[in-house]
Design a protein around this ligand. Structure first.
Ligand code: ADP
Ligand code: MG
Length: 288
């Protein structure tokens, strides 16, 4: 059986079954707004609440997921795609059993894989659907091909913004492109570095006053996180804030957000875990 045919069979098998895997893409307009810290600390809190969690690090920003979680992965997704490492090799283990898959370094545009690479990726994703309950994708800022690829594969988008005016204009551009080009129609918005909930809502209101006028995407307010110097301290120690400083303002705020997020059901119209990714790969395979 040739590789293209194996891939088609694997994809159609997968599309027949549906698993309750939940996939959340963490996105932002500009970099440096706190996505990686949010992704990693949410992952640790979800793991503590009993979920089997994978952080997919697709961000090339300031502090990467491995540093925030304090692990040193030897391999990344590029090794899997070139067949020099297995899925087990590339899944590094962090605090509370959180697994990290580095997809940011050494990876070409995922929209330009050959059949052998797609087969390896789809096989790995198949195993991921069985092993995890929650995948958090630290997407990276902006709207490059890989961000569109991953965000389009997720069921839910979490958008991190800050009160800075440039964060808002860049967030608007991201919502526009992700909704129009990757089909992401709902964003849960988290306002980082907002001193109070009221301030967070005010910043959220500024963004929705523009998105409501010009875009069809729907935005909801997920919560706010204050500025907290413990974030920097935890980063220096290479430990997650929620683990090192569980009673800090940052950790308390994120605990509320995590409870809310994990307590919400997945969007009902979008079950099926990595379904969109399968469909996209299938589409490309059929076209090829
Ligand atoms: N609530 C916060 N309070 C203080 N510092 C923060 C907070 N959130 C993030 N930071 C700091 O801001 C910087 C960028 O955070 P990071 O999570 O790497 O952002 P991104 O992934 O969006 O680029 C880091 O130095 C981090 O320690
Ligand atoms: Mg980052």
């Amino acid at each position: 059986m040739d590789q293209a045919q194996s891939l088609r069979e694997l994809v159609s098998d997968r599309n027949a079954g549906q698993k309750p895997l939940r996939v959340i893409a963490v996105t932002s307009g500009k970099g440096g707004v706190g996505k990686t810290h949010v992704s990693c600390n949410l992952a640790v809190l979800a793991a503590r609440a009993g979920r089997r969690v994978l952080v997919l690090d697709a961000d090339l920003g300031l502090a990467n997921a491995d540093i925030v979680l304090g692990v040193a992965p030897h391999y990344h997704l590029g090794h899997l795609l070139e067949a020099s490492a297995s899925l087990d090799d590339i899944l590094a283990e962090g605090p509370e059993g959180v697994r990290i898959l580095a997809a940011s370094s050494g990876v070409q545009e995922l929209t330009h894989l050959d059949d052998a690479q797609k087969l390896r990726l789809v096989t790995a994703l198949d195993a991921i659907e069985d092993r995890f309950d929650l995948v958090i994708i630290d997407c990276g800022a902006g709207i490059g091909d890989n961000v569109l690829f991953f965000a389009g594969a997720a069921q839910e988008a979490l958008l991190v913004i800050t009160p800075e005016p440039t964060s808002l204009t860049d967030a608007y551009a991201t919502v526009k492109v992700l909704s129009q080009q990757a089909g992401v129609e709902h964003f849960a918005v988290l306002v980082n570095s907002a001193p109070t909930g009221a301030h967070g809502r005010e910043v959220f209101g500024k963004l929705t006053s523009v998105t409501d006028r010009f875009l069809t995407a729907r935005l909801t307010f997920l919560g706010h996180i204050p500025r907290d110097e413990n974030v920097q301290r935890a980063l220096m120690a290479q430990r997650p804030v929620v683990e090192l400083f569980p009673r800090s303002p940052y950790s308390r705020a994120l605990q509320d957000i995590s409870r809310d997020l994990l307590g919400r059901p997945s969007p009902p119209s979008l079950q099926g875990g990595l379904k969109f990714l399968w469909q996209r790969l299938q589409h490309e395979t059929v076209r090829a």
